[in-house]
Design a protein around this ligand. Structure first.
Ligand code: SF4
Ligand code: SF4
Length: 141
């Protein structure tokens, strides 16, 4: 379990395909209001950075995060243990538009390789959550 109280910097990673049509506003709002996947975060503090996975299969996540880790340490002395990566709900969750990312485990592995802590979900739509719990999005034969 990640203790977000020990973090200073949150990196929100969003699905590159979804971002072709999504501004990312609901992720930003969820972070600003500390709702959904951000409900455990204290209200104040935190720098934040939004990035996409770079497209399937998500391999660019490693390059992008490695770049951040290197630069932020060099420029500001912020170490990787102060950073948390938050995977957006369009990557982690089933919804009306699409299934979770088929490369989710791969993405998690890349982030783990960099020794960065990871949390899941950003904006959580209540009606979608009800449908998920009811199995509405489950595959049918
Ligand atoms: S979680 Fe929602 S708001 Fe955030 S990038 Fe994905 S589709 Fe857009
Ligand atoms: S790897 Fe996953 S998160 Fe990235 S574009 Fe493909 S489906 Fe979206």
């Amino acid at each position: 379990m990640v203790d977000v109280n020990e973090k200073d910097y949150v990196v929100i990673v969003q699905c590159d395909i979804v971002k072709e049509r999504c501004s990312g506003y609901n992720c930003e709002r969820a972070f600003n209001e500390r709702i959904g996947g951000f409900s455990a975060y204290p209200k104040n503090g935190y720098r934040s950075l939004y990035m996409t996975c770079g497209g399937c299969c998500g391999r660019a996540v490693h390059r992008k995060l490695a770049n951040l880790v290197r630069r932020i340490k060099k420029q500001e002395g912020i170490t990787r243990d102060r950073i948390v990566v938050q995977l957006a709900s369009c990557i982690t969750k089933d919804n009306y538009h699409s299934s979770p990312c088929p490369h989710l485990d791969y993405l998690k592995g890349l982030i783990a390789k960099l020794n960065l802590d990871l949390c899941e979900d950003t904006f959580i739509n209540e009606s979608s959550e009800k449908k998920r719990k009811a199995g509405v999005y489950a595959a049918s034969d």
